[in-house]
Structure formats: structure tokens, C-alpha cells
Design a binder for this molecule. Sequence first.
Ligand code: ZN
Length: 247
Amino acid sequence: MRYFILSDIHANLEALEAVLGAVHRGDYDEVICLGDLVGYGANPNEVIDRIRGLNPAVIIRGNHDKVASGIETAKDFNPIARLAARWTHDHLTPANQAYLADLPRGPQLVDDLIEVCHGTPYDEDAYIFSEEDGLLSLATSRRPLCLFGHTHVPLVLRMGAEGLEMDDLATTGPHTVTIPPNGRYLVNPGSVGQPRDGDPRAAYAMVDTEARSMTLFRQAYALDEAQRKIFSAGLPAVLAQRLGVGR
Ligand code: ZN
């Protein structure tokens, strides 16, 4: 099975369309979405409609999906994220609000190889920032390959003989990892719609379960158009500016 992995789209339609345009329908069998369809960007309804049209095999909710749909308050959000969540909540159609509210909570088991979560396998809203977070996630994950999002930073962590090891991700070109029989991997494909690793290009990934391989890709998109929409929607200007620098 070949999975097309999308995470943290954040209502950025231009980034999503560029990623979908870069991938041919015959290149994958199913879509997996790791949450945060909305929040920050100016096209929440269009992004949700596009994802619904792809009929993902597995999709889980992100923290922004919960707040934008109204099932959770924005008390843990910073002021900018809170403003964006309020704007998103006010602009979602009732049907899309209901769709977000009904998204399942992570972690979810996909098959014998893959488990998915938004934040971590032990807490859907926690972040994997430190070595300790990575070790705890690997210890609680129930599959050789645990996919996560939430930090918007592509990351490949694996359990090596000496402990936790991290792949050096190339700044240009795709990065492929192959999961050995006894391998334990924790991988963030990066964010489609709001990358934070200093590379403004949209990030996505492909997993081939038969080959036990995963490849991380980057794709340039019309980010000036995404920025223009954020400005004209009256969303905080910093949300447009950060897209330009990928932070
Ligand atoms: Zn996110």
C-alpha cells in the first residue's frame, strides 16, 4: 500500500493545491491526514472540501480543528492563534464545522507498519521537541513507524544502538528512509501550509508499506497569493509574513 501523507495544512489552499498537483493519482493508493486542516490560513472551507473529496483512509484531528469547530476553547492558544481560530470558527460552514468536530482523536493504528498521531502517541496535543519527548513517543508507539505532526518541522527520529538518533534532512531534494525489520521510527512529514523549519516550501510525504520506505518531499507554491488572501481576510499580518520565511 502506498500512502500520501498530509499534515498541518492550516487552510492554505495554494500550498495544498501545489502538493496535490505535484503528485499523480497513480503514485499512491490512499491519503492519510495528520490533522490541523484549518487555522491561520484564509481558505478553511475550500481546504476541508478538497480533503473530503480525497476521502482519506485515515484522518485525525489537530488542536486547531478542535478549537475552530468549537469542541474545545482557545485557552491554550497564543493571542495570534486565538484570533485566527475565532476568524476560522466564524467563517466555517455548519457542515464543515460538524466535519471537524467529528474527526477522530489520535493516535490511530493504520496497519502493521504505521501508527499516526497529531502531537504524540501519548497525548494528541503534546509536542515532540526534546529528546525526552522523542524517547517517550517511541516507547508508547505501537508500530514500527509512528507519524506525527503539530510542530510543523520535518523530523526523522529512530532508535539506534546508542539511543535516539536523528536523520540529517537535506535542504534540497527528497529524503528517503527505509524501516529495517526491528526498526522504531518517529517521523514528522512537515507541514503543508505553514512550514517552520526555515524552508517556506510546502512539505508532504509518501509511505510505501511493501518497501517499508518513507520519502519526505518539498514543493514550492504560490505563497504570495496565500499571503494576499490572509491580508485581505483581515487575519493577523504576521501569519502572512511567517509563510514567507517558513517560521
Ligand atoms: Zn498545526
